[in-house]
Design a protein around this ligand. Structure first.
Ligand code: AMP
Ligand code: GLY
Length: 427
């Protein structure tokens, strides 16, 4: 088979790495890919949002399956365009991708289908939103309706912060049209977990639970980022909790989308707050999580390619999805200054040395190949990923690898996985 993977980050590198292990696959293309993927894939000079060129390329080369990494092309309807051209593409249709693309859509949908989530109100008028926030008080959460590259959410611990977030989105238009409406939500208390699930429109098969680390600094301090690391399995999600998530969140979501004429195919990502009164949906995403994918796919024992085909064809129920018993940890090495302004082009050394230890894989997130070597080319630069039978030893192994890699200004959290250790010690 010929496979095309769309995207350029650590998530897509992990997808390409896993797909390359399939005996079904003869050639992988990545659009646009990155230097890490170039080991297994032919990287193309086509960006992830250039849908017309991607369709034309897949048609010309006879690509058998296209896998879409990021949310933007999904929201723009890339899967619909591929389907119209008679090409198989893994991911939800444009209307189904609204589960991520519009917070208002997702909240109304959850309300209709009784899916547990934070209480909310929606506004298209800034003054009305501000008056509501003043009445409700803090803590309170403000969310821009549309896609805002992960920056559209403010968890406000005082009313002034909430009012500023509303002004920023609705009056200053910091997120463009994405902030024309806002959702104001109850602030949930608990610990977060990410559940990714394969879906074929009717059947939903969850992957192993994972946990992201969004804040920049140790102890969950500092500004929010795209994610500074992850681990899996997440002991917070016990087998009983997973069963409850399946019954109260995943199954009603997929059944509800089908009943409303928007069958959901691809990966459904439920970002959950595990509260004292059970799981609550914080967000749905319409794709693999980043960096969660980097710690989930190494645990997938089955071939990923037939699973993705089954999701496209509606045969997931008959398709084996088996997992190994490993633990997996990824530490994000980021550019100095991230998530604010940062410099690019710093030479990276030590990746090969780090990967010499068994069970270490360095996924590239923001890198570029230059004549002198691989250099930094983004905020999140590398995902240093370790697998092993035991979470404590795997965390140590990941950090041993991190310490072998160097670039000017590199920053990383030193406590990825600490919450898993704490929970395992107290349980
Ligand atoms: P989102 O982009 O919707 O995932 O939100 C980003 C982050 O904001 C989440 O990962 C949570 O940490 C936090 N968050 C979002 N909604 C809530 C909520 N209702 N209560 C508490 N925290 C929230
Ligand atoms: N890890 C958060 C996300 O993929 O949205």
């Amino acid at each position: 088979m010929k496979i095309l993977v769309i995207g350029s980050g650590g998530r897509e590198h992990a997808l390409v790495w896993k797909i390359a292990q399939s005996p079904l696959v003869e050639h992988i293309y990545a659009a646009p890919g990155n230097p890490g993927m170039a080991r297994y894939a032919e990287c193309l000079d086509i960006t992830a949002n250039d849908i017309a060129r991607l369709v034309a390329f897949a048609r010309e080369k006879g690509v058998d399956l296209t896998v879409v990494g990021p949310e933007d092309p999904l929201a723009y309807g890339i899967v619909d365009r591929f389907t119209e051209a008679g090409l198989a593409a893994f991911g939800p249709s444009g209307v189904a991708a609204q589960l991520e693309g519009s917070k208002v859509f997702a909240k109304r949908f959850m309300e209709r289908h009784n899916i547990p989530t934070a209480a909310y109100a929606e506004f298209d008028d800034a003054e009305a939103a501000i008056a509501y926030v003043r009445k409700q008080g803090a803590p309170i959460v403000i969310k821009a309706d549309g896609l805002a590259a992960g920056k559209g959410v403010t968890v406000a611990h005082d009313v002034d912060t909430a009012v500023n977030a509303i002004r920023e989105a609705m009056i200053e238009c910091a997120f463009g049209a994405a902030g024309a409406k806002v959702v104001v939500e109850e602030c949930l208390i608990g610990e977060e977990a990410s559940i990714l699930a394969f879906c074929d429109g009717k059947t939903v098969v969850p992957m192993i639970a994972s946990q992201d680390h969004k804040p920049l600094l140790d102890g969950d301090a500092g500004p929010n980022t795209g994610g500074m690391g992850a681990y899996s399995p997440a002991p917070l999600v016990t087998p009983d909790m997973m069963a409850e998530i399946q019954r109260r969140v995943l199954e009603p979501c997929v059944a509800g989308m089908a009943a409303e004429g928007m069958p959901y195919k691809g990966v459904l990502y439920a970002g959950l707050m595990i509260t004292a009164s059970g799981p609550r949906v914080v967000e749905f995403n319409c794709r693999f999580g980043d960096p969660e994918t980097q710690v989930v796919l190494p645990q997938l024992q089955s071939d990923l390619v037939p699973i993705m085909q089954a999701c496209c064809e509606g045969t997931l129920r008959e398709t084996p999805v088996a997992w190994n018993d490993d633990a997996c940890v990824t530490v994000v090495m980021a550019s100095g200054g991230y998530p604010k302004a940062y410099e690019k082009g710093k030479l990276i050394t030590g990746i090969d040395d780090a990967e010499r230890e068994p069970g270490i894989k360095v996924f590239h997130a923001g890198t570029k190949q230059m004549p002198e070597g691989v250099v930094t080319n983004g905020g999140r630069v590398l995902n240093v990923t370790a697998s092993g039978p035991d979470i404590a030893a795997t965390i140590e192994k990941a950090y041993r690898a991190v310490h072998k890699i160097h670039f000017d200004g590199a920053q990383f959290r030193t406590d990825i996985g600490a919450k898993a250790l704490a929970r395992l010690t107290t349980d």
